[in-house]
Design a protein around this ligand. Structure first.
Ligand code: BT5
Length: 262
């Protein structure tokens, strides 16, 4: 490991991409990389730009939930995408991000993560990565997507707040060794770029197939929490736009766009 902090120079040293991560905004501390990326993108920032921080003071999850982003321990970053895709495909980029992280973690760290719908990556049932994909539409078309990725890398148990200790883990906790965050980051970005150009030509089937193979809840009875209520049923499949298909007790199949699997 060259040094403990992530620098623009080190990222450039290891990055083997054409577009993604070629422009970098690196911070010690920021509110939220997604928030900053949204602002840049609104002002026309190019596709592939990377925004990364050692610490986020207002890291966010979905529905204004908090994302715990300790200094120097994780990877907290966002990428700007400007895909030429139908707007109903926008949700699939979150799967693309998840699969890319899983591929890089398997290759570089030697662990095969599992997916939890819609956007969590887990090891032995504990979350180490969350993805926040924010889509901006203009005139019914995708203007840009901010792909926000948070990964617990070198945390020890004591680094997590009490409420997360039983539910969260880090790659280092799972392997017993420290991981070079810069190298892992560049491998993830490489995978994202590779998958991104692949899906533009060939569609998302390869991504959702990979995702489904690594989702232990698929085909099982699940409960979805949505709009203050629980809906139960069988997790039948994902549809072609990444919505969850839930077969409820009365035999209907319900399409779930957003919610939490409990
Ligand atoms: C997510 O939301 O999992 C999306 C997290 C995305 C974070 C990245 S970091 C870079 C970029 N910039 C941002 O501001 N955000 C993105 P959600 O599915 O809503 O899960 C949030 C929940 O996960 C919280 O309510 C906690 O229960 C839990 N959580 C918070 N911090 C965590 C952590 N570091 N590790 C594991 N779980 C955590």
């Amino acid at each position: 490991m060259r040094n403990d902090l992530i620098t623009e120079d080190d990222i450039r040293l290891y990055l083997r991409t054409h577009t993604f991560g070629q422009k970098i905004h690196a911070f010690f501390r920021i509110g939220s990389t997604n928030e900053f990326a949204n602002k840049l993108a609104e002002f026309g920032e190019q596709e592939g730009t990377l925004i990364i921080a050692e610490q986020q003071t207002k890291g966010r999850g979905r529905l204004k939930r908090e994302w715990h982003s300790l200094f120097g321990k994780g990877l907290w970053f966002s990428l700007i995408l400007r895909p030429r895709q139908d707007p109903e495909k926008a949700g699939l980029f979150s799967y693309l991000a998840g699969v890319s992280v899983a591929q890089a973690v398997e290759y570089y760290v030697g662990i095969k993560p599992e997916f939890k719908w819609p956007n969590d990556l887990l090891i032995d049932g504990k979350k180490f990565c969350g993805i926040l994909s924010e889509v901006n539409f203009t005139n019914g078309r995708i203007n840009f997507i901010i792909l926000g990725i948070g990964i617990n890398v070198n945390h020890k148990s004591k680094h997590f707040p009490k409420e997360l200790i039983d539910r969260a883990t880090s790659l280092s906790l799972e392997t017993g060794s420290l991981i070079d965050r810069t190298k892992l980051l560049t491998k993830i970005i490489y995978r994202i770029e590779e998958n991104y150009y692949y899906v533009q030509e060939n569609g998302f089937d390869v991504i959702t197939t990979y995702w489904k193979r690594r989702c232990p809840r698929l085909g099982k009875k699940i409960s979805i929490y949505q709009d203050n209520q629980h809906i139960q049923g069988l997790f039948e499949d994902l549809d072609q736009n990444g919505c969850l298909l839930l077969r409820t007790e009365n035999g209907d199949t319900q399409k779930i766009v957003a919610g939490d699997l409990t």
